[in-house]
Design a protein around this ligand. Sequence first.
Ligand SMILES: [Zn+2]
Length: 260
Amino acid sequence: MVIATGTGVLGAGAASAASFYNPFSGYRITGTWQDHLNSGSLGGIDYGMNVGTQLPAAGGGTVRNIPDNGTGGHTVTTYHDNGYRTQYMHLSRFVLADGAVVGTGGIVGLSGGQPGAPGSGNSTGPHLHWHMIDPNGTRISPLDYLGGGGGGGLPKTATEQDGIPGTIFWQRAQNWLRIESGYTGPIDGVPGPNTYAAVQRDMRDHHGYAGPIDGVPGPNTWAAVQRLAAAHGYTGPIDGVMGPNSWRGFARFLNEDRWD
Ligand SMILES: [Zn+2]
């Protein structure tokens, strides 16, 4: 799979807008950059998450798997087109072949960090360690690279044009729901019951949905989503059947800068 990730010659700020984002903005930071420096590390950001959590690529590139990389344990490096690298450490599992090409948001491994487990390195509890390396070989904070103090930096979804909801669309939806409706799951673009339950909470609070919060959206849930879409240019029926025009209206809402 090859996915274009921009021109590859952008500065960090422009690149973040074009093709990089924080896949982990929905997780709690358990170790800051300064915490790492204080403990003698070259730096990183730790996010608490259960072992086996899917790890999306912060940007597209070529993947290198490094098994048992010293204290880092199983480490996956993504070589981005613009010369930067992203490293995730303490993995429980690699999921791509060495040398595979991944797009932004593609899953590059599963998190680990259980003390003593294969691949955990020196980890003392389940978490992901994330840092970046600039083209000069200097380790840098991904949150500095992305700018805005670690906000999402999500790209805009093309659903506004093609009417087909995909990974970026649902990542933006999850980030919206994280900010507005208490969603605490991953920003992975793969909607499950937790994502849909958060949609239902938001529809209940803002768009007249009166059904159950059960994570199983039916026509009443989707009719409420169509009312949201109608506030963003959708002019079709409120019938609970999502078609391309319903998705386009929903996407115009999700593409607002505040959900980046
Ligand atoms: Zn760390």
